[in-house]
Design a protein around this ligand. Structure first.
Ligand code: NAP
Length: 361
């Protein structure tokens, strides 16, 4: 695979910091520029981030020495240097929508972590193991935008990156009719650390703005189908969610209840999880976990501290599968919210797009 030049828009943020680490050692992607708000522009990335650096590893030196560009004012300068950008910015939804479209119209493909375009019906929202075929909508999006290369592709919200993968092979085989998910979400999902958010210690906060809607609605697009020049959402399964913020640094856990049209045995569920592999595994994409879904027999697993980094934080951990008195089964699952759930998931999506030629000139 040839090398692609890449920009990180929102490089100073929590997800942006993850990108710097993942991309500094990436075999295909080479970071040539970084951008953030006007507050950071003109400083070296390492100085703009300063004490906001929240990763356990140090910032990669070469990327840390790049001078931060202004994400809004320097689009043309960025477009001259890159084959595509990753975008993870904290702005108002309509501002993000407009910003991402400006990049696409400057012929820069955008791989986005932001929610702004997740329900734009010709923007693919992809979990590469589950709905890789949705990237085939990109020619229709380019036609609408009037671009040759530029387009927007997004990844889904971090809250659902454990239970949608766990449900996916079961839905294919046994048709999930309804599912209930309670999520226990880490503070890095709010761009916070224990230092910047001491109020979360010894606490649980029963509200994360917009998260329950995303957790219920985004799976419908992921299980949707391309019809003409749109992705049409699925109407089933019926998903209901409650999302809580808990004092965990990284790793979103979900407690899931599920019913099926054709109830499988416990052994059939375990086998479906074990056998599940998608395009990223078949193509051996660099960030793809070898075993996507991992079942733990121990009653006290998965645990955020022990299991979030499985396969570089790109695998999903599952445990405690058992029958339920109101639904068919219940289980617990976990994924790393800033790796699989954010930067890592976006890098995997970019690898899929690169390998299918969507960044070619
Ligand atoms: N954290 C997660 O686990 C997670 C998971 C999935 C998706 N996301 C999404 O990813 C995005 C970023 O999240 P985050 O947690 O990384 O946020 P964050 O830590 O608050 O970082 C926000 C980034 O946006 C930049 N920014 C703010 N205002 C801007 C402006 N007017 N123009 C250009 N850049 C601007 C900031 O630059 P300055 O430093 O210069 O202000 C910073 O680089 C959000 O849309 C979030 O919903 C996050």
């Amino acid at each position: 695979m040839k090398k692609f030049n890449v920009g990180i828009i929102g490089a100073t943020g929590m997800v942006g910091q993850r990108f710097t680490l993942l991309l500094s050692r990436h075999p295909w992607f080479n970071v040539v520029c970084v951008a953030a708000s006007a507050r950071s522009a003109g400083k070296k990335l390492k100085d703009a981030v300063g004490t906001k650096w929240a990763m356990t590893e140090p910032m990669p030196e070469d990327i840390g020495n790049l001078v931060v560009l202004d994400a809004e004012k320097d689009i043309d300068k960025i477009a001259e240097q890159v084959d595509f950008v990753f975008c993870a910015v904290n702005m108002k939804k309509d501002e993000i929508k407009a910003l991402e479209e400006k990049y696409a119209k400057a012929e820069v493909p955008v791989v986005s972590n932001n929610s702004a375009h997740r329900h734009t019906d010709d923007v693919p929202m992809v979990i590469p193991e589950i709905n890789p075929e949705h990237i085939e909508i990109i020619p229709a999006q380019r036609k609408r935008l009037g671009t040759k290369r530029g387009f927007i592709a997004v990844k889904s919200n971090c809250s659902l990156q454990s239970y949608v993968p766990a449900l996916a092979p079961l839905h294919d085989k046994y048709k999930v009719t309804k599912a209930l998910a309670c999520t226990y979400q880490a503070i890095s999902g709010a761009g916070k650390t224990f230092e910047t958010w001491p109020e979360i210690l010894d606490n649980v906060i029963p509200y994360i703005g917009g998260e329950e809607e995303k957790s219920e609605q985004e799976p419908m697009k992921i299980w949707g189908k391309i019809v003409g020049d749109k992705i049409v959402d699925a109407t089933e399964p019926n998903i209901t969610a409650q999302c809580l913020r808990v004092p965990v640094s990284d790793g979103h856990t979900a407690a899931v209840f599920v019913s099926f049209e054709k109830k499988p045995t416990k052994e059939e569920i375990l086998q479906a999880w074990k056998d599940f592999a998608g395009v990223p595994q078949e193509m051996q994409l660099p960030s793809a976990p070898k075993q996507f879904l991992n079942y733990f027999e121990e009653n006290d697993r998965p645990q955020a501290r022990l299991d979030r980094n499985l396969e570089g934080g790109m695998a999903v951990s599952i445990g405690r599968l058992r029958e339920d008195s109101q639904y068919d089964y219940k289980f617990v699952c976990l994924s790393h919210n800033t790796l699989r759930g954010a930067a890592g998931g976006a890098v995997l999506l970019a690898e899929l797009l690169a390998s299918k030629g969507y960044f070619d000139r």
